[in-house]
Design a protein around this ligand. Structure first.
Ligand code: ASP
Length: 465
């Protein structure tokens, strides 16, 4: 017999079918055993009468056992219907049952929302935590958003291009995760802080409209709601103005909300564009929350902050640093004049804010190799360092580079706001702790002496256990 999904069981009234899934709940009424069976598509109430073949083994069934069941779909007696679930009008009369795998008692409850359970325990047993309907729903929603984005951008002529994970550092203002090379001992790859340089090189390559649902890695000290690896919707376009990029994102997200969150309301049809200076002056923040009613979970207030300063002063290092990244195009004619008054220079840089959270940012890029070099020099890189770190980009820009710009949206953060989740960890299948540990896999962990030897690495001091 072919397995039927619980969600489809309503179509089989009066028929014999096979269901497989987990025991969500068990209740005994005298000799009758009521099992609530769960698979990914839903829940169904099932009943076992003492006259079935292996009634004895049924007595031993426990929550979270995995069962294979054959029986008949019948209507529930009048007055016993449950309008809260889609299978609330039917019942599964079990005739044969097989325990495919037993389960011991779970370390925590998975049937509630789980917010009050210690998060470290939830992470350690994430595969159980994901059985929780809330988390399962979050992952399904995430999948749907990814699908929607891919389809919409494809319709608009974008192609998704994968870029390397083993790469070289791209400055995005954080520390790199590095990977030692076995074949070139003493040398290291860096994991990408973002695909920034690759996507710009794809513009030189003539791709024109690129996107990627890309994993980014930043080795930062634990700061609130951050993860060492996170996912961006990364976009880059050629022959565009700032307005084209903002409009694209505006339309994409408006359509995504309409299709996937029909009950949510976007406060402003045309998303406000606020000057960085004005935002700071008026709202004392570069990510103001302009919702009419902050208690209303269905309200979404998107806005753009534009015209960011090009540079910020780093007091600790006593030097100017780019406010975004060094590839950002400045609003000046002559780059040789940067040093005259860096604090006054603004850039073609924009951030996207949703309900007071920064969910994305991007810029138009410098494409003139001389300007780029002037920029790097101003930021304190020596000529040799520029060649070493960014030589490939400057070389590429000699071969006919189109004007281009782009943006990256933090998909984890976007989803957590849409789902009204308190943290991005709630929308990531396997998140890490604040100090970047994966408690389920127990990572990071030591590697063997042989591996170290092969990589020609020596550990000076072991971490305290
Ligand atoms: N790479 C940038 C970031 O990760 C986004 C961009 O400028 O497109 O913030």
């Amino acid at each position: 017999m072919e397995r039927i999904l619980i969600g489809d069981a309503v179509n089989y009234l009066g028929k014999e079918i096979k269901l497989s899934g987990w025991v969500n709940n068990r209740r005994d009424h005298g000799k009758l055993i009521f099992l609530e069976i769960r698979d990914r598509s839903g829940l169904i109430q099932s009943v076992i009468k003492p006259d079935i073949e292996n009634y004895k083994s049924a007595k031993e069934i426990r929550p979270e056992d995995v069962l294979e069941l054959e029986g008949e779909i019948i209507s529930r007696p009048k007055g016993m219907e449950n309008p809260k679930i889609s299978t609330g009008g039917i019942e599964f009369k079990i005739k044969r049952l097989k325990v495919l795998a037993p389960s011991v008692t779970l370390p925590f409850d998975i049937y509630g929302d789980g917010y009050d359970i210690g998060e470290e325990k939830r992470m350690e047993y994430r595969y159980l935590d994901i059985r929780r309907p809330r988390l399962l729903k979050n992952l399904e929603k995430r999948h749907k958003i990814n699908l929607f984005i891919r389809e919409e951008l494809a319709k608009k002529g974008f192609i998704e291009v994968e870029t390397p994970i083993l790469t070289k550092s791209t400055p995005e203002g954080a520390r790199d995760f590095v990977v030692p090379s076995r074949l070139q001992p003493g040398n290291f790859y860096a994991l990408p802080q973002s695909p920034q340089q690759y996507k710009q090189l794809l513009m030189v390559a003539g791709i024109e409209k690129y996107f990627q649902i890309a994993r980014c890695f930043r080795d930062e000290d634990s700061r609130g709601d951050r993860q060492p690896e996170f996912t961006q919707l990364d976009i880059e376009m050629s022959f565009v103005e700032e307005d084209d990029i903002l409009r694209l994102v505006e339309n994409l997200l408006t359509d995504a909300v309409k299709n996937l969150y029909p009950n949510k309301k976007i406060s402003q049809g045309d998303w406000p564009r606020i000057d960085y200076k004005e935002a700071v002056k008026k709202y004392n923040s570069d990510r103001p929350d302009l919702r009419n009613d902050k208690k209303n979970p269905q309200e979404l207030s998107f806005l753009w902050v534009v015209n960011f300063p090009g540079f910020e002063w780093k007091e600790t290092e006593k030097k100017w640093d780019s406010a975004h990244h060094p590839f950002t195009k400045l609003k000046i004619e002559n780059y040789k004049e940067i040093k005259k008054a860096p604090s006054k220079i603004t850039a073609y840089q924009y951030d996207l804010v949703l309900n007071g959270c920064e969910i994305g940012g991007g810029s138009l890029r410098i494409t003139n190799p001389d300007d780029l070099e002037t920029m790097f020099e101003f930021l304190g890189h020596s000529k040799t360092a520029i060649k070493e770190k960014f030589g490939h980009l400057m070389e590429a820009f000699k071969y006919g580079v189109p004007p281009h710009g782009g943006i990256a949206l933090g998909l984890d953060r976007l989803l957590s706001v849409l789902e009204n989740e308190p943290s991005i960890r709630e929308v990531i299948a396997f998140p890490k702790t604040g100090d970047s540990r994966d408690l389920m896999m127990d990572s990071p962990s030591e590697i063997s002496k042989e591996q170290l030897k092969e990589l020609r690495l020596k550990i000076e001091k072991k971490r305290k256990q």
